[in-house]
Ligand binder design. Structure first.
Ligand code: ZN
Length: 469
């Protein structure tokens, strides 16, 4: 490939980006206006509309083989640009679907009416993850407009079901192995560390999601007429839930911790070195104290240890006042965040066996598996990881920290397993960006600098020795 002069080229890109700054924000708002909530069937058409919007943008930018590709659920958007002869090929993954917006009354402005407040873009999806898709689109656009070429080969895979456990992506990737083959997968769906410190994420937790259903009679019973002679499904569910963890927060399921790789002394040292303001963190949460497994720091509990949480529970009378019944049924959604080498299917087996063992008599208790993903750890010394660190440092003016984060991106392990490609997690969301919560926002400084980081990363990867990627 032709060699470029990065300094001169950067100036051309800087000028181009400067000339299109307002346009870029309007375009980002257009993307954020589409309510692409993957979990709610009522928004299926919106998810498709969002995929089409991105595909149109990719075509206009000059990407090739642009396709809104069917999956059996919400489509995947694919596009590529493969004319950088002898240069590495990078697969870029982000997701265009978003979380539901409840409780919507807690938003300062409507979640799908993007608002710029100071240096923040406020909207559902602003940081997780449509804002980050938009940064990749604008980086590719700036390169193609100023150089008529990208320095490397790029394949975009934008998913529409990440917030619903990526139900169809594994099958899609498997069926598209050739098309998505790449030297490395760059995933932009993570964020910065506390204090807006640039970060590269070296590990993510996996996920096991289940539902417990406890069923008694066909309809609710009179608690006077039947109280004391039948099992109450809501009480039974409470008994089950109470047995899942001990009072210190340790998970009480037999075998749950068997596959957990203990944190090494080196990993614990990395956690301890991070610039973490625990008092400020607690203050922002507004809680009386933090709570978690004994023997671990807050950051270790968040990034390096598994969890079990009830995500929701319902059953019986929930209206105002009193109604004297024995509920016909009761239910709970329960999820576990997993760490290496826990596998979701195995954890579900253990979970189900535990629930069966403790389930009170007199009602029928069943457990369903709703989905999961494996935890991952990515290489900290991979040339692309190091290239990303240089790109972040050059644009943001400080070296990134390396973190293990508590969240999950189910597809990460698919890229490793199906594509045999290492995964590098470079994301730009602010650490307190309210992802999944009311008032989600993107730092517009991170957005702008992030676009420049992506440009620089592609140049850095193009400059790697041929055998390094
Ligand atoms: Zn995300």
């Amino acid at each position: 490939m032709t060699t470029t002069n990065p300094a001169a080229v950067d100036q051309a890109i800087e000028t181009w980006l400067g000339e299109h700054a307002d346009e870029r924000i309007e375009s980002l708002k257009d993307l954020l206006r589409i309510p692409s909530i993957s979990a709610l069937p009522a928004h299926a058409a919106d998810c498709r509309r969002c995929a089409e919007w991105i595909a149109d943008d990719l075509r206009q930018i000059g990407l090739e083989h642009v396709e809104v590709s069917e999956t059996g659920g919400h489509p995947v958007v694919y596009a590529d640009w493969l004319h950088a002869t002898d240069a590495p090929t990078v697969l870029v993954y982000c997701h265009y679907d978003v979380q539901p917006t409840d409780p919507v009354e807690l938003w300062d402005s409507p979640p799908f009416e993007p608002a710029v407040v100071g240096d923040r873009m406020l909207a559902r999806g602003a940081s997780d993850d449509k804002g980050q898709i938009h940064m990749h689109l604008r980086a590719a656009e700036a390169l193609l407009r100023t150089r008529a070429a990208l320095p490397i080969n790029v394949k975009f895979v934008f998913e529409g079901e990440e917030e619903s456990s990526s139900v169809h992506l594994e099958t899609w990737l498997d069926a598209n192995r050739e098309r998505v083959a790449a030297d490395v997968a760059v995933i932009s769906d993570t964020g910065f560390f506390e204090g807006n410190v640039p970060a590269i994420t070296l590990g993510l937790r996996g996920m096991m999601y289940a539902q417990i259903d406890v069923v008694g009679t066909e309809v609710d019973l009179h608690s006077g007429g039947y109280g004391g002679v039948v099992q109450n499904p809501a009480n039974a569910l409470a008994t089950i839930i109470a047995s899942l963890k001990d009072a210190d927060g340790r998970i009480a399921i037999d075998g749950f911790y068997d596959e957990v790789v203990p944190l090494s002394a080196e990993e614990r040292a990395h956690f301890a070195e991070l610039p973490f303001d625990e008092a400020g963190y607690l203050d922002r949460l507004g809680l009386p104290e933090l709570f978690g497994e004994p023997g671990y720091s807050t950051l270790e509990r968040r990034g390096g240890r598994p969890t079990l949480d009830v995500n929701g529970l319902w059953g019986g009378f929930e209206g105002e006042g009193s109604k004297t019944i024995i509920p016909a049924h009761a239910h709970a959604k329960v999820s576990c965040r997993l760490v290496p080498d826990q596998e979701p299917e195995r954890i579900f087996e253990l979970f189900e066996a535990h629930v069966r063992r403790v389930a009170p008599r007199g009602v029928r208790t069943t457990v369903q598996y709703l989905g999961g993903g494996s935890p991952i750890r990515t290489p900290h010394d991979h040339p692309v990881t190091l290239a990303a660190a240089r790109a972040l440092e050059a644009t943001f003016g400080r070296a990134p920290v390396f973190v293990r984060e508590g969240g999950s991106i189910p597809v990460c392990s698919c890229f490793e397993d199906i594509l045999g490609a290492p995964v590098v997690l470079v994301g730009f969301a602010p650490s307190d960006g309210h992802a999944h919560a009311p008032n989600e926002w993107m730092d517009l400084g991170n957005f702008e600098t992030g676009i420049r980081t992506i440009v620089r990363l592609w140049d850095e990867i193009a400059a790697l020795p041929a055998d390094a990627e």
